[in-house]
Design a protein around this ligand. Structure first.
Ligand code: IVH
Length: 694
């Protein structure tokens, strides 16, 4: 976005005409990305900025309005596009397994978690994993009331009207016995033949063809005009559920056949397998049938059949422990390695990225592949100019598999000894495979990447302030450190180069941005912590820390004391079950650095960090700290821990005066003794089960 964009009121007539032409082209390009190819390049609010500017110019110069004006186009996107909806239950994703061994490990994990012996059969369903997009359908008293896309799993887009156009989706449930509230989840997809036919029509109408059936399905579902969606041959298979008011079903298979009775289509290849061996055999059958199926699939999904086991297994990091996707081998292609760029990440890690002669792999054009690190380059023995085989598996970054041919002129890949951005030395510490720029925050790349991380989806997630915008603001000197985001509005007031006067901005869009920033002045503890970008503190660890400390103020005060030998801060941190020495060290490093202390102090002045939410349900162990020791008969330690956490308790690995309960089974030793010394309440397994039985 250029700095010198004129405000609408300052445009001359000629400039206005040029600008309307540019906007018409740009908006239509983004429409294609968003609506047909389903790969938006800019955020919704950036898009709104373009539309608003277009409309304002037209208001000032009505006679310049173009025939192809975006404001006139039928079905032209309106502000904000589809309304957002929060899912009543999170829409989960799946862990992947890439070979039989990983599936066997999944089954073994399930057995271990549930404490089952080898002889207990673990039945599971196996069904194709369709390459479409998931949609949730909410029925109230049998009537379809709301339909939405998955979005980020917590919040999706309300596409009810479009989903209603799909023949496979009942508007009213048939049969009997459905619960008052029923959310059905499944996959929206387009058949291969229908996709080909649609593309013929697209081309005949002078429109861009879709690159694959998945994009065609996504683009068709997200048409703002349901009149267009209805002409698209979309289909729907049900495979799961979200909120349900009540029911008595006991297995996955039972639920699926009830869905069928109520009017849904199920995948004909869905099968109940008594053992994991049978599931693997069914995988082979499906893989053989794959080419003949009239829709795209990219693997097989296994789900533990017993619902009581599903419940006990629960989920971890947004994927259920009771299901797994067994992916088909990745698609491969050959191309030439034209060069290697080195990207500098948030923590200084240098990643070599292969520049490839563009090649289509499984319907997607691939231009880059990751080379991971120097060891990987050495292992492959790859040189610039080589003909290489690459693979692309689902949404994973493409990889180079092997060198096919190395011509005489091929040249070695030289790993830089100095950072390509800040020229600081690049080092590899100990046995770390990663080479890092030692520039820290003098390295512009690291600073920008940190800022991008700060505003990323799982962190502050500020609408209209994405990676691209951050880069622009950084380059223009407007945002150099996280706190600058929150002082932007105040600085803009006194600035003589107002944001609203810049290219691509208008007063409405600026006020939207400031509103969005203001909204995030109050932030959840785990989002704030994740946003700081401490090494090894990902989303899961950030949540774990938040739940353990509850108050961010207390946490931050404690972390600032990590270096003091007399403080117990470090021991308290180590005592949390799931926090290992690597995490403790990197947290200590982070808070030991002056710059980081300053960033945190500045942010604390500008924002309010909410206490971690203890589950609102009153459970007898919510907010309590538990330690487990010894063995248990009824459930494994992992299940006990998962149950405790799900009920709002913190699980610690060592006893202290702050421990509320010690759950002790046979074989308990020093922990039991210490608990008795400290007068911590001790529960045996029976008492624990009684306390937590739901
Ligand atoms: S089950 C909790 N079953 O795969 C279970 N998902 O990687 C959640 N998908 O978002 C999903 N076919 O869009 C399930 N038979 C199937 C599926 C399937 C396709 C997609 C779905 C989901 C994604 C997870």
């Amino acid at each position: 976005m250029a700095k010198d964009q004129k405000g609408v009121e300052d445009l001359s007539e000629r400039e206005a005409g040029d600008e309307l032409e540019r906007l018409a082209q740009e908006i239509s390009r983004h429409d294609v990305f968003y609506h047909t190819q389903d790969t938006p390049e800019i955020s919704d609010s950036e898009y709104d900025l373009l539309s608003t500017r277009n409309r304002l110019i037209e208001l000032r110069f009505p006679h310049l309005k173009r025939k192809d004006s975006p404001s006139e186009r039928v079905g032209a996107p309106v502000q904000g596009r589809f309304p957002k909806v929060r899912h009543a239950r999170v829409m989960l994703s799946l862990e992947n397994a890439f070979d039989d061994q990983e599936v066997l490990e999944f089954a073994a994990r399930v057995r271990r978690f549930l404490g089952l012996d080898q002889d207990t059969p673990v039945e599971m369903t196996a069904e194709p994993k369709i390459d479409g997009l998931s949609a949730t359908l909410r029925y109230e008293k049998g009537v379809l009331r709301l339909g939405a896309t998955r979005g980020d799993g917590r919040e999706g887009e309300d596409v009810t009207q479009n989903l209603k156009t799909i023949g496979d989706i009942p508007k009213q449930l048939s049969g009997t016995g459905w619960p008052d509230i029923l959310e059905v989840r499944g996959e929206v997809f387009m058949g291969k033949a229908d996709f080909e036919a649609l593309n013929v029509n697209q081309l005949a109408a002078g429109k861009t063809p879709f690159s694959n059936p998945r994009n065609a399905a996504a683009g068709s579902l997200r048409q703002l005009d349901p009149g267009i969606t209805v002409t698209r041959p979309l289909r729907y298979y049900a495979y799961g559920w979200g909120e349900i008011s009540s029911w008595s079903m006991q297995t996955q298979r039972e639920v699926m056949s009830a869905f069928e009775d109520w009017g849904f289509k199920l995948n004909p290849l869905l099968k109940l397998c008594p053992q994991v061996s049978g599931a693997l055999a069914h995988y082979n059958t499906i893989e053989k049938a794959r080419a003949d199926l009239d829709y795209d699939i990219d693997g097989v999904v296994y789900k533990i059949d017993r619902l009581d086991w599903q419940k006990r297994l629960g989920e971890v990091s947004r994927a259920p422990r009771w299901a797994i996707a067994h992916k088909f081998p990745a698609e491969k292609a050959e191309t030439i390695l034209e060069g290697v760029d080195f990207q500098v990440g948030r923590t200084g890690a240098l990643t070599p990225v292969a520049r490839l002669t563009p090649v289509t792999v499984g319907g997607v054009v691939v231009r880059n592949a990751t080379l991971h690190n120097a060891d990987e380059i050495a292992r492959l023995g790859v040189k610039i100019g080589d003909r290489v085989q690459i693979q692309r598996a689902g949404d994973v970054i493409p990889q180079i598999l092997t060198v096919i041919d190395s011509p005489a002129g091929a040249s070695e890949i030289i790993f830089p000894t100095h950072c390509p951005i800040c020229n600081s030395a690049v080092v590899r510490e100990g046995d770390d495979v990663v080479a890092r720029c030692t520039g820290g925050l003098i390295c512009e790349a690291q600073r920008v990447e940190r800022l991008k991380h700060f505003v990323s989806r799982a962190a502050f997630d500020i609408e209209g302030l994405g990676a691209k915008q951050i880069e622009n603001f950084y380059n223009e000197g407007l945002v150099q450190s996280p706190v600058d985001i929150f002082t932007l509005e105040a600085r803009d007031k006194t600035s003589n180069e107002k944001l609203a006067e810049r290219e691509g901005w208008g007063s409405q869009s600026v006020s939207n941005l400031f509103d969005a920033i203001r909204e995030k002045r109050t932030i959840a503890f785990h989002r704030f912590l994740y946003g700081l970008g401490v090494r090894h503190v990902g989303e899961t660890t950030a949540r774990l820390l938040a739940i353990n400390y509850i108050s961010a103020d207390r946490f931050l005060d404690e972390m600032l004391k990590l270096g003091d030998t007399i403080s117990s801060a470090s021991d308290d941190l180590k005592a949390i079950d799931g926090i290992g020495p690597k995490v403790v060290d990197s947290i200590a490093d982070f808070f030991g650095e002056d710059h980081n202390r300053k960033v945190v102090a500045e942010l604390r002045r500008e924002i309010t960090i909410l206490d971690a939410e203890v589950p609102s349900e009153e459970t007898p162990i919510a907010g309590k700290t538990l330690v487990f020791t010894g063995t248990m008969q009824e459930m494994t330690r992992s299940e006990a821990k998962a149950r405790a956490e799900a009920m709002g308790a913190r699980v610690s690995s060592s006893i202290s005066a702050r421990t509320d309960f010690l759950v002790a089974g046979p074989g308990a030793g020093s922990k039991l003794k210490k608990a008795l010394d400290l007068k911590v309440q001790v529960l045996d397994e029976k008492a624990w089960l009684k306390l937590t039985r739901t």
